[in-house]
Design a protein around this ligand. Sequence first.
Ligand code: FES
Length: 85
Amino acid sequence: MPESRFEIQICLGSSCFSRGNKNLVKIIQEYLKKNHIDDKVVFKGSRCMGYCSEGPNLVINGKIIKGINAAEAEAILDRELQNIK
Ligand code: FES
């Protein structure tokens, strides 16, 4: 039976990494574990997405989300992953 997979790509390009994605990696990993969805979401790094000046950036299920800060990360994940829970 086909299963839809959720996917989060985090930009690990040098600009996004230094603007905050270094911390977001940990925040997202903890979020997925805390919500028991780490086995349902493919979480992986990506190269520069070409929007460096607007970073740090993520792509969740094909949708690019720019300028994420640590304080709002959980709310974004709640919103974007609401169908998974
Ligand atoms: S480094 Fe992330 S978009 Fe370029």
